[in-house]
Design a protein around this ligand. Structure first.
Ligand code: F0G
Length: 464
């Protein structure tokens, strides 16, 4: 049940088919190049695109813009302590700013970093320090065949064969084999990303977090949790991990996050804010060093690139994100979206994760080979057909990897209604009905950094 109502609205328009066709061509078949005004339902990301509550808007007015020691910073720190259990915070302008502060402090050239799956910016920041980012997902993470595997309550155990209920888990088996190869002492940081954005937003069990904590102790590594979507993760834990079936979302969040030495956060996700992020840690030495780097890259450590008013909005947002009704509704809406797409005959990754539904583009467009970017072709068709914007996370975004051809449709928080989701499902149904007419794409121009090509590259339809 949705436990809010809309008291402010923003008009959106579906441009004519002719306009959509033209815009797509002008954008070089890359939806990052579209003007937002030309998009009807924008599912490009759940990051910073959600709706703030009236309490968040009211809090903006309280913004204390003092350079040092503002009351807004104090309110942010208390919110992080109350909700996440970390009393000391180093703010940053957004998640990747916090990553720069933390990983720039923790890492040295040649270090190995393990993560259930590195999100793009995390991978880039680890690599930027001369360290080697290695993914340790469980086998279930990229098993698209798990369709229909209904996640019931369980123990959250992470034996590698363990079902799809916590497909975001960190694989200790993989991690141990990396340690065996790299040698004792090579791995300095172990990260757990909850939920696992790069593995279809799948959740991570608290039991898995406990095991990773013990593993980090065994190898004497710092244990970091990327907490961007910690509240959504907690909602899944309550649903699926027996031990927590009666716990509140914030109790689960504090239990899970409490195992980490440090958390790195983008407030644009479960901070329910449009901008902001932070590092939080109980380690006093690490905190002191992070503050130094924050001064260099983000700002004085009581604002770190955020306006006082933005810290206020995030402080309120963090508290709202762990309200039981909010967190339950959030994952329920994404699940409903998944069901609507399935009912429309669209192949999706199941079970559905926390913030997005991921479409299986290889199954949707079987006649488009990987070299012709089936995911990107599907993204373009969703826009052409219904003004819907998603993002490709397959061979276009990740060149030279064997990642599945996924398209992510991410739901901004508290923003779209069931009607919008039905429109997207109907759009996808129509695209699939006409799939034979959909052609693949080829690159027309690409930027110098291949890892970033999906943001700016231009494409054109393959002519036959
Ligand atoms: N970590 C994870 C797991 C993320 O999903 C993101 C951002 C970041 C770090 C970086 O945070 O954007 O505030 O700098 N994910 C967005 C997305 C961009 O669309 O998934 P940021």
């Amino acid at each position: 049940m949705v436990t809010y109502r809309s008291t402010m609205v923003e008009r959106i328009d579906l441009p004519s088919r002719e306009t959509r066709e033209r815009r797509l061509e002008e954008a070089g078949y890359n939806v990052f190049n579209l003007a937002a005004a030309d998009v009807f339902v924008d599912l490009l990301t759940d990051s910073g695109t959600g709706t703030m509550s009236n309490d968040q808007w009211a809090a903006l007015i309280r913004g204390d813009e003092s350079y040092a020691g503002s009351r807004s910073f104090e309110r942010l720190e208390s919110a992080v302590e109350d909700v996440m259990g970390f009393p000391r915070v180093v703010p940053a302008h957004q998640g990747r700013g916090a990553e720069n502060v933390l990983y720039g402090t923790l890492l040295e050239e040649g270090d190995v970093v393990l993560n259930n799956t590195h999100f793009d910016t995390t991978r880039a920041h680890v690599a930027n320090q001369g360290a080697d980012p290695v993914d340790c997902p469980v086998d279930a993470a990229f098993d698209l065949e798990s369709a229909g595997a209904d996640a019931g309550a369980g123990t959250g155990a992470d034996s590698e064969t363990d079902s799809h209920e916590f497909a975001g888990n960190f694989s200790l088996e993989r991690a141990r084999s990396v340690v065996d190869d790299a040698g004792e002492g090579a791995v300095s940081v172990v990260i757990q990303t909850i939920t696992n954005n790069s593995a279809a937003g799948q959740p991570v069990s608290v039991e898995n977090t406990r095991r990773v904590r013990r593993f980090a102790d065994e190898i004497d590594a710092t244990f970091v949790i990327d907490a961007c979507r910690f509240a959504e993760n907690a909602a899944f834990v309550r649903e699926r991990e027996n031990e927590f079936s009666d716990a509140s979302i914030d109790e689960i969040a504090r239990e899970q996050l409490g195992y980490a030495d440090a958390v790195v956060m983008s407030g644009k996700k479960d901070g329910l804010a449009n901008i902001g992020g932070f590092v939080a840690t109980t380690d006093r030495d690490l905190l002191a060093e992070c503050k130094q780097r924050a001064i260099l890259y983000e700002g004085f450590p009581t604002y770190g690139g955020m306006a006082g008013r933005d810290m206020e909005a995030m402080a309120v947002g963090l508290r709202e994100a762990v309200e039981d009704a909010y967190a339950t509704d959030r994952i329920e809406q994404v699940r409903t979206f998944g069901r609507l797409l399935e009912d429309a005959g669209v192949p999706i990754y199941t079970p559905v994760g926390g913030h997005a539904v991921y479409l299986d583009a290889a199954a949707a467009l079987p006649h488009v080979p990987s070299a012709e970017f089936p995911g990107q072709a599907l993204v373009c068709e969703l826009y052409r057909e219904g003004g819907v914007r998603g993002v490709e996370l397959g061979s276009f975004a990740f060149p030279d990897t064997d990642r599945p051809e996924l398209v992510r449709l991410a739901l901004p928080r508290r923003t779209y209604h069931r009607d919008h989701l039905e429109h997207v499902a109907e759009t996808a149904r129509t695209v699939l009905e006409k799939r034979e007419a959909v052609s693949g794409l080829e690159l027309a121009s690409e930027p110098s950094i291949p890892e970033l090509r999906h943001f700016t590259a231009e494409l054109r339809p393959v002519s036959r």
